[in-house]
Design a protein around this ligand. Structure first.
Ligand code: SF4
Length: 587
């Protein structure tokens, strides 16, 4: 890396002592680049083995990478922590302005340890860190906290404001952290870890500058990357309709999970499609810092005031494919206004929308089957009834009885207690994303370090290999290679939508400009090493391939690849494990 690159600076903050210090960790960044590579090493250093995720010693780590600020779509921040949802690796990525703000404040990573005794919020402006009394914003909606901090704190236009809603304060295991209003560290419960530290928000801004090694070569490379990004038809699609463009194609191949995956075809998909949302609700598009695509779509929801004719409240609500799946087809809701209202409630409270949708879908089916009754739910959950779901979401956060306390732990725990494990759609304890595309999708959810569709994109494998033959070993190897290379992209913190632009040769060229000398072999080896580091942490904290639960429901509902077989998935898991353990070597 370049001499004196501020990327090597790690800001350590101790909330218990209200102190902070900076260390130069050239050793980490030289070797692991940034992002997931560096964050997983910091997690290993900072997180004591076997601690409770709500122990003050559980660290929150944010890390960015060497291409942030230099190249387009190097726009993500990686957060790592011990997850309160799964009990092992917590890893969540967000865009917005977070990465640019951390890099321009002069850091490659921030480590937050300890816990405050009263609610606080933090401000980080370059080398200055302040601890502010946060009692006035504790208990407020995520939107209100954001607005208050926007008015009170400086840095408009360059700052990032991360904050939690009441779900994080109440330790809902799938509470999220919201950044820049419409972006999220959504998955695996970072919001609850903030809440356990009584940390309501963090404001980050800075005005440092970045260096490059070879100015002329940098400019040429920049122009080329920018042009390649703009020429990609897939990215144009995401600009036009956003990721909801995928609703209709996935429904057409019968891969859109519907009513808790009782089926994978939603007969009213047209009404929740990207086209429908754009035509009826699209208010504006947004981009993460330094991204020419702007895939973020905001609906303008206009709602009349009850007793005031001709007066309307207009709320901007971000929507994407995963949210429409989890709160639309999965709950049988075809009313797009209903989906937006539910989504708005989830945003205000600060919950992960995917987990919330899957939890509600399980509860509805459990209610239908008589495993739970109105005694537990205090209302009658019903497919399509978004008003009841809005009430249930509120109760998940307020937790008025044991049932809602259990729902706040996630669907895996709820099914353990009330039954219905066969239709509790979590993998590695993380609620499923919206792809019933075939075995690739589920192998990815099961084996991915985050149990996310973004780990190894098994859904993409399924669609590419539709109608073609492959073995469980072929599948496991393909996903292992994909997940390994994604560790490089996520260390550079490249948005995964740009993965085809940032191929291996391009990444090597850009790394050279940023002062890193590597070759294809060392780069690919590094990807595997980072993945193995993450698994080491998972296994140390109790994760086991052997104990992975495969819900029967995914085997019952026919996928585009036909009926899925548990044996096939178990064989593929076994190969994946051997690849990680180095018992199978790849060329
Ligand atoms: S494509 Fe979307 S998510 Fe990716 S950087 Fe651009 S705006 Fe952000």
């Amino acid at each position: 890396m370049l001499l004196n690159d501020p990327l090597a600076k790690v800001l350590y903050i101790d909330l218990s002592r209200r102190s902070f210090w900076i260390e130069y960790r050239q050793d980490l960044f030289e070797k692991y680049l940034g992002g997931v590579g560096v964050a997983s090493m910091l997690l290993k250093e900072e997180c004591p083995e076997g601690i409770d995720p709500f122990d003050p010693k559980n660290p929150i780590i944010f890390a960015v990478g060497p291409l942030v600020g230099l190249f387009p779509m190097a726009s993500k921040t990686v957060a790592m922590f011990k997850s309160p949802l799964t009990g092992n690796l917590g890893e969540s990525h967000a865009g917005g302005r977070s990465a640019a703000s951390i890099r321009l404040a002069g850091y490659g990573a921030i480590v937050i340890k300890g816990a405050s005794d009263i609610p606080i919020y933090l401000t980080i402006y370059n080398d200055k860190v302040r601890f502010h009394d946060g009692r006035a914003i504790w208990g407020t909606r995520s939107t209100v906290a954001g607005r208050a901090l926007r008015e009170k704190e400086p840095g408009s236009g360059i700052r990032c404001i991360m904050r939690i809603g009441v779900a994080g304060e109440r330790l809902v295991r799938y509470a999220c952290v919201i950044t820049e209003t419409f972006r999220h560290f959504g998955r695996l419960g970072l919001g609850a870890v903030f809440g356990s530290k009584k940390l309501k928000a963090i404001v980050i801004a800075g005005n440092n500058t970045l260096q490059v090694k070879k100015g002329k070569i940098y400019k040429e490379a920049y122009k080329e990357i920018f042009k390649r990004i703009l020429s990609l038809s897939a990215l144009k699609k995401y600009h036009d309709l956003g990721t909801p463009v995928n609703i209709l194609p996935l429904n057409k191949i019968k891969a859109l999970p519907t009513r808790n995956l009782k089926t994978a075809f939603f007969e009213e998909a047209e009404k929740i499609s990207g086209e429908h949302f754009a035509e009826n609700h699209l208010g504006r598009r947004l981009a993460c810092t330094h991204c020419p695509i702007a895939c973020i779509h905001l609906a303008a929801l206009r709602q009349p005031y009850k007793d005031e004719p001709y007066f309307y409240k207009t709320t901007f609500i971000s929507y994407d494919y995963e949210l429409i799946y989890a709160l639309g087809s999965m709950l049988g809701i075809s009313d797009s206004v209903g989906i937006l209202r539910l989504l708005d409630e989830i945003e205000i409270l600060g919950l992960d929308a995917i987990s919330t949708g899957v939890v509600l879908a399980w509860a509805t089916e459990a209610f239908e089957k008589g495993l739970i009754t109105e005694k537990e739910t205090e209302l009658r959950p019903k497919w399509g009834d978004y008003e009841s779901y809005i009430n249930m979401v509120r109760k998940i956060v307020t937790q008025p009885n044991d049932f809602y306390k259990t729902l706040a732990l996630g669907v895996d725990e709820a099914a353990k207690r009330y039954g219905g494990e066969e239709f509790a759609l979590a993998f590695g304890k993380n609620e499923m994303p919206g792809y019933h595309t075939g075995p690739g999708s589920y192998l990815g959810f099961l084996t991915g370090a985050r149990h996310s569709h973004l780990d190894s994109a098994g859904y993409s494998f399924d669609q590419k290999y539709l109608g073609k033959e492959f073995t469980s070993k072929d599948l496991a190897i393909a996903l292992f290679k994909e997940e390994s290379y994604r560790q490089i992209l996520c260390s550079l913190v490249i948005c995964l939508f740009a993965r085809s632009v940032y191929d291996c040769q391009t990444v090597l060229r850009l790394l050279d400009i940023a002062g890193f000398t590597m070759n294809e072999k060392t780069l690919r080896q590094l990807g595997e090493e980072i993945l193995k580091n993450k698994y080491q942490f998972k296994i140390q904290e109790g994760f086991s391939f052997k104990n992975l639960r495969i819900p029967k429901r995914i085997l019952e509902t026919i996928s585009p690849h036909g009926q899925l077989k548990e044996d096939f998935l178990r064989e593929a898991i076994n190969v994946y494990q051997q690849l990680l353990e180095g018992k199978i070597f790849l060329d």
